[in-house]
Design a binder for this molecule. Structure first.
Ligand code: MN
Length: 253
């Protein structure tokens, strides 16, 4: 049976308070993520930000794809918002942090894309640059917010040879798109940085032992580059494969 991959929904940046509009009216599923899972042989299930169901949902999925989106509320890593913080979505933040907490407890395989990588790092105890251009140090910082369409690459990354990510990508040098306002500052202990842009910004992370608990995060929007190169599709296949192994282990337990 195809493993079930939960794909977190994006939300319209709707500023009406909770309870003043139906939840369904502001959910937005980005079909690139869904298609990426389908192409890789998984069964995608889009998860709305229903925080009360986070624990139950984590018990029903074989893999989790944390999708991209707006800035994460910095209170999750103990900071006040800086003046450059973008829009945050409280319902989505609360849901994804709760869902991920339960998924990590169960050792569900997780692929985080863009914001998803950042959420993964924060859930495991790391921090973020709230605003890369003003906080990273402007000397030599390359453009991480491209104006071109999402399928076009904008900068290169170097992937650590011998890492799990390099073997999944089948490459140690990659051209990627870049649509991120934030980035990893302090890396969470259970993660290893395995790819960097030329300015030193972390572009990919993985768990220290992928065979023990499969966690991987990429800072670029791989879902939008699936037609550009097999490297990007390989990330989805790797998640689905890890989810299939997890499903077998869970069935045997
Ligand atoms: Mn970038």
């Amino acid at each position: 049976m195809a493993p079930i991959i939960g794909v977190t929904a994006t939300l319209k940046e709707d500023l009406e308070p909770v309870g003043q509009r139906p939840l369904g009216s502001f959910i937005r599923a980005d079909l690139d993520y869904v298609d990426g899972v389908l192409e890789a042989g998984g069964t995608p299930v889009v998860l709305p930000p229903f925080v009360e169901a986070a624990g139950e949902l984590a018990g029903k999925i074989d893999g989790l794809l944390l999708s991209g989106g707006s800035d994460l509320d910095p209170s999750y890593y103990g900071e006040e918002p800086t003046t450059e913080l973008g829009v945050t979505l409280p319902e989505r933040d609360a849901f994804e942090m709760a869902l991920l907490g339960h998924a990590l407890e169960r050792s569900v395989p997780v692929l985080g894309i863009c914001r998803g990588l950042q959420v993964l790092n924060v859930a495991l105890g790391g921090t973020l640059y709230q605003d890369l251009p003003s906080q990273f140090g402007t000397d030599g910082l390359i453009a991480h917010r491209q104006q071109m369409p999402k399928w076009q690459w904008t900068h290169e990354i170097e992937v650590s040879g011998g890492s799990g990510t390099a073997s999944i990508l089948e490459s140690t040098e990659l051209r990627v798109n870049s649509y991120h306002h934030q980035a990893i500052k302090d890396l969470a202990e259970p993660l290893v940085a395995v790819a960097y842009a030329s300015d030193g910004v972390i572009e990919a992370v993985e768990s220290s032992d992928l065979s023990d608990h499969w966690l991987l995060g990429v800072q670029w929007h791989a879902e939008a580059m699936r037609d550009v190169g097999s490297e990007h599709r390989n990330l989805f296949s790797a998640l689905v494969n890890a989810a299939a192994r997890y499903a077998l282990r869970r069935a045997a337990a």
